[in-house]
Design a protein around this ligand. Sequence first.
Ligand code: HEC
Length: 170
Amino acid sequence: MKTMLLFVLVALLSVAGNAESDEAASSATAQQQAADELKQAVDESLTSADKKAPERPGDFSMVMNGAKLFAKNCAQCHGPRAQGFVNWRRRDASGNFPPPPLDGSAHTWHHPRRQLVNTIKNGGRVMPPFESRLTETEISNIIDYLISLWPDEIYAVWAERNAKFEKRSR
Ligand code: HEC
């Protein structure tokens, strides 16, 4: 991305430079035009996420603590980067689902925070319950860590739905 911007900058400056040597009077206009074009190119190359990355929950130490707890308690099933199993949608021979990705690529982000807390506390068919092994804060830190892995657009949708859910259940 940076290389591309640099390239655009150099290209535009050389356009401006040529214009200058042609006619001194029009050089100011040409430079202004080049500057405008550069600004537009930069604007267009930034995605909306670059412009306004939504702020994630949890500060640095909370997220780091969540990462550590995840590595210790969850990674053996969900994978070291929470990437889960590729075939997480397909039941295995005993009718169980493999551990799903929690990194935003599966449907973890369809669940509001409270529901994620409950899943972690209660476990599932295969997943063990963590209610007696992790504190509320620890579970919250793990969720903050997982959320930190989600792409901006996924996080933005989740944050909006989660806020609505919280409002309804108050
Ligand atoms: C023994 C393997 C195992 C461990 C350990 C484990 N999980 Fe799971 N997890 C699963 C499986 C399998 C599922 C799918 C539901 C089921 O069958 O239990 C699941 C489901 C989930 C879901 C629901 C995902 C969704 O998209 O709805 C969440 C959230 C989750 N796990 C988080 C965690 C966290 C956080 C930890 C660590 C504290 C953890 N899991 C530890 C196996 C595991």
